[in-house]
Structure formats: C-alpha cells, structure tokens
Design a protein around this ligand. Structure first.
Ligand SMILES: NC(=O)c1ccc[n+]([C@@H]2O[C@H](COP(=O)([O-])OP(=O)(O)OC[C@H]3O[C@@H](n4cnc5c(N)ncnc54)[C@H](OP(=O)(O)O)[C@@H]3O)[C@@H](O)[C@H]2O)c1
Length: 292
C-alpha cells in the first residue's frame, strides 16, 4: 500500500523519548524509511523531563503508540516502568527501544545498540574471537552494551575509564554473567600498558563528540598498537580527532554511523515487521550529518 504523505486517522505513531531530544537523527531516519515503504507511520521527538518519565511511558500506551526509542538520560531509569525486558537489556543494563503490545497493554524494553554495534562490526568484516584483545574506552551505557556483546566471543576485554569504579562495576557484572569471560578494569593511567597488544580499540566515551571536536580520549604520548582497528562510536562528527590520529598511525578507523543505522533498522523491523531500507537510512543520516 502506498501512502501519499498526509496524516489522517490511520496514521501510526512511534517516537523517541529523551531530554534533550532535538539533536536526534532518528526522526529523519525513520520518517524517510516510512515514506520509502509507503507506510502511514510517523516518528516524533518526545521531550520528556526525568520526573515525568513514568507518566510519559504509560502515555504511549494510552495514546496508541506502536513503539519508541529511548535516549539519554532515560535508558536505565525507564527499566522499572516497563512490563518486561529482553535478555539483551538484562545484560546491557539499558533500554534503547520499546515495543508496545497494545492488545495486552504492555511495554517491552529491548536493546538494539548492542546488536547494532555487532552488526556493524560484521559488515566491516572485523572479527572478534579468542585471539582478540579489545580495549574499550569508557564505562557508560554504550561501553556496557558493547562489552556485553563482545564478552561471549572469548576475547580479552579491558575497560579503560576515567572513573575506575564504573569500569569495575561492569567487569563484576560481566563476570557474574559469564564466569569464563576475560574482562578487566583499568584506569586511564594504564592505557599504554593495556593497549600495547590490542587488536581492536573502541571509543565508547563522549570525548570528541560535537561541539568539542578537537579533543580525543586517547592519552597523549601513548602509541597506537600496530595493525589494530579503531572503532569510534561517535558519529557526530563523522570523523573524530581520535579517528584521524589513529589513521595517521596506520590503523583502520571506523566511525559510529553504522551502529546508529543498524540499531535504528533493528528497531524499525521490531515495530513494523518489515525489512528496513538500510541504505536509505544511512544516506539520510549522512546528509544531515554533512549539513550540520
Ligand atoms: N553510534 C551509536 O549508535 C551510538 C549509540 C549509543 C552511544 N553512542 C556513543 O557512545 C558514547 C557514550 O555514550 P553513553 O550513552 O555510554 O554515555 P554515558 O553513559 O554518559 O558514558 C559516558 C562515558 O564517557 C566518559 N567521559 C565523559 N567525559 C569524559 C572526559 N572528559 N574524559 C574522560 N572520559 C569521559 C565517561 O567517563 P566517567 O565514567 O569517568 O564519567 C563515561 O565512561 C557517546 O559518544 C555516544 O554518542 C553511539
């Protein structure tokens, strides 16, 4: 069925709950996908203050929304207000997508950041296995989802974070989930030591993100490990200072746009049951990122 673009009584709604939310590329990405597939659906930004989160989530049900994304600062705090969560959420400790079962009046929390990251790694033909040594910079929600996604690969994983305590918490959690996983927590001062033999370095901090684009989370004077791949989860800007510095040292650098697109595509497919037009979604994000 094609749809001519107007909103009417049949229009189905999804949206993104965040605070702030205006910077999100998800409305453009999803609305372009709905238009491409001729679907009478719309994706709207929903600015929700932290103290009104519970009301807003129940409001989605009352208003007949088909689903939602969740972004900062609600990814963790939304969990107690949901009716169920998937295994990926229990592991990552965060929700970025909600599926709504209107007939049962239920909200289900999912995490597509983890699968989005793993899909993008696979698409870029970066394999992670028992031989791999992974350094994850950061210990926030993204680091935890990525670390959990990689923990079962058998790779050695070091979480390097400014606040060591947060890295220790992730490591304790992962060890409790998979006894055999090879994970450790390291302070920033030990980056040189832990990264010497790394095969994959992942930036899961916000350091280098727009508008503070002239900084890098990599400690000055620490050499990049030869032959490693650098994955920066940041997508604004498309090329970060860390990526430029790593490339100058001969590393292959991958930015976070693919992760963004694949987490969005996974959410789209969960809500609509249709295959997401991934290349269109990537093109739309690229256009907006190149303009901003
Ligand atoms: N591509 C995608 O689709 C995608 C999806 C999700 C997230 N991300 C990216 O992932 C990154 C982290 O997001 P998040 O949700 O995990 O955020 P978060 O939970 O707020 O964690 C932020 C992390 O950055 C570290 N950090 C912040 N400022 C720092 C500084 N000045 N020096 C050193 N470390 C600093 C924090 O360290 P402390 O613990 O010491 O504060 C923490 O580890 C962001 O850049 C975001 O864009 C990308």
């Amino acid at each position: 069925m094609t749809h001519n673009g107007h909103i009417d009584g049949q229009t189905q709604l999804v949206g993104i709950i965040g605070y702030p939310v205006a910077h999100s590329l998800s409305p453009q990405m999803h609305n372009a996908a709905f238009a491409e597939l001729g679907m009478n659906w719309r994706y709207v930004p929903l600015l929700v203050q932290p103290q009104r989160l519970a009301e807003a989530l129940r409001g989605l049900l009352a208003l007949g929304f088909r689903g939602a994304n969740v972004t900062v600062p609600h990814k963790v705090t939304c969990i107690p207000h949901l009716d169920s969560v998937t295994e990926a959420v229990s592991i990552a400790g965060a929700v970025n997508t909600i599926r709504i079962d209107a007939s049962q009046g239920r909200l289900e929390g999912l995490n597509t950041d983890m699968s989005g990251f793993l899909t993008d790694l696979a698409v870029n033909q970066v394999s992670v296995n028992e031989e791999s040594r992974v350094v994850i910079l950061g210990a926030g929600g993204a680091a935890r989802a990525i670390g959990a996604g990689l923990a079962r690969s058998g790779a050695e994983i070091a979480f390097v974070n400014r606040t060591l305590e947060r890295a220790v918490q992730i490591v304790d959690f992962l060890r409790a989930s998979w006894e055999s996983c090879k994970v450790k927590a390291v302070g920033l001062e030990d980056l040189a030591e832990v990264s010497r033999e790394a095969t994959l370095i992942i930036n899961a901090t916000s350091v280098g993100m727009f508008p503070y684009t002239d900084v890098s989370p990599w400690r000055e004077g620490v050499p990049f490990p030869k032959g490693a791949v650098l994955y920066d989860t940041i997508y604004r800007p498309l090329q970060t200072k860390l990526m430029r510095d790593a490339e100058r040292s001969g590393l292959r650098a991958i930015g976070g746009l693919g992760m963004l697109v694949y987490q969005g595509a996974a959410a789209f497919e969960l809500w609509t049951g249709k295959k997401a037009p991934i290349e269109l979604m990537r093109r739309v994000c690229l256009e907006h990122l190149n303009q901003s």
